[in-house]
Design a protein around this ligand. Sequence first.
Ligand code: GAP
Length: 455
Amino acid sequence: MTQTEQKPAANDTPLVPIEKIVSLCKRRGFVYPNSEIYGGVSGIYDFGPLGVELRNNIRRYWWWSMVQTHDNVVGIEGANITHPRVWEASGHVENFVDRLVECKKCRRRFRIDHLPAENLEQRKCPVCGGELTTKPRVFNLLMETYLGVVEGDRMKTYLRGEACQNIYLDYDNVLKSSRMQIPFGICQIGKAYRNEVTPGNFLFRQREFEQWDLQFFVHPGEMQKWFDYWKQYRYDWYMSIINHKDRIHFREHGSDELAHYAKQAFDIEYQTILGWQEWEGIHWRQDWDLSRHSEYSGQDLSYTDPITKERYIPWIVETSGGVDRTFLNLLLDAYEEEPDPAGKEPRTVLRLHPMLAPVKVAVLPLQKNKEELVTTAKDIHKKLQRLMVSQYDDVQNIGRRYRRQDEIGTPYCVTIDFQTLDDHTVTVRERDHMTQERITISELPMYLLDRVTWN
Ligand code: GAP
């Protein structure tokens, strides 16, 4: 789907056009097109100062809730390059392909799994109505790279097409080094690379992106129980960070979509201007991955139960989602333009969850030409900076400074005025309701920490 096609909103809050987010991201330093001075590279992006903060907060919340709050889950960070045999064992060399047809008239290419059924049947281009080629061309999505410098001795391998493979490769090492017993899980956040033939829709489909995975290893008899547990846990996790609770649901995969080893699979989908789209997949991987890597590597990856002595290849529940898709969905979920109560230009506000917002507090002296106000404000800002991301701003009038912070999702603005100099109190203004509260400077750190952190 192109960026300009729009689906009608399912409820009365309008769905936000992607272009608004692209523009905000560039203007305020969340995301930039990669290599822009050379004309850019399709499907690859860089993250700017605010983008890095938001991204780190999103990652931290995932890591905290998946790894640090589960006694039976640990984390790893694997390399982006692996032995090439990994991708033969995983099936990617053979099967990780997109099938494309081309319009003979306008020369546009379409993935056949993305074409509406009638266009496919009638071999008709959905854009110009021209005739589509009959035989699809097959493209492998793995990105090739070479290890070594001497021609002839160079080894062809791949940038990882999915991050989770490292978890299977390190499974045995983790088992032995961290005294885990089944059931247990391994988590990872890391980059994946795919030569997507149709990258687009900003961060939605990229060629370099980041995934978060849990691979949870279980006894076959407990597979259903753990599948149900993680499915619900992941759904609740997404629910905890979005505003539009009616824009998320499960979609169960039909029997024609399931891998041969999978009894069930669910996507957690989120509704945006692009329609309902996958955000994360919950997969029943059975013993497929460890069996294949046992077979291809020659290493026995079976598990012996320390009590019953039963020996088996563990089955796996996978939860696999995208950091970039989360970043995009959260911006689409949070972005709102609302009429200014004072009747001036509309207010743009990012209603991000305070714990995820890139800047937690802005410290604003009422006037920048009053030295005592500026000194007190800078002093408060410096103290808050040790605890959270704080911005100091004294440029333009206070109303404009509030607007600048609303637009990047800063949940609290602290104003230092003449009363502060008398009674050591400040005004705290909250982003969503624009309510104001007067509290003492000594109360401020705890007041803010209580509201912007999750643990
Ligand atoms: N290990 C399973 C796996 O990789 P996937 O459905 O291909 O499954 C998991 O990817 C998640 O990664 C998706 O739900 C999506 O959030 C994200 N993702 C996949 N391809 C992407 C792309 N080209 N750009 C951005 N995110 C992507």
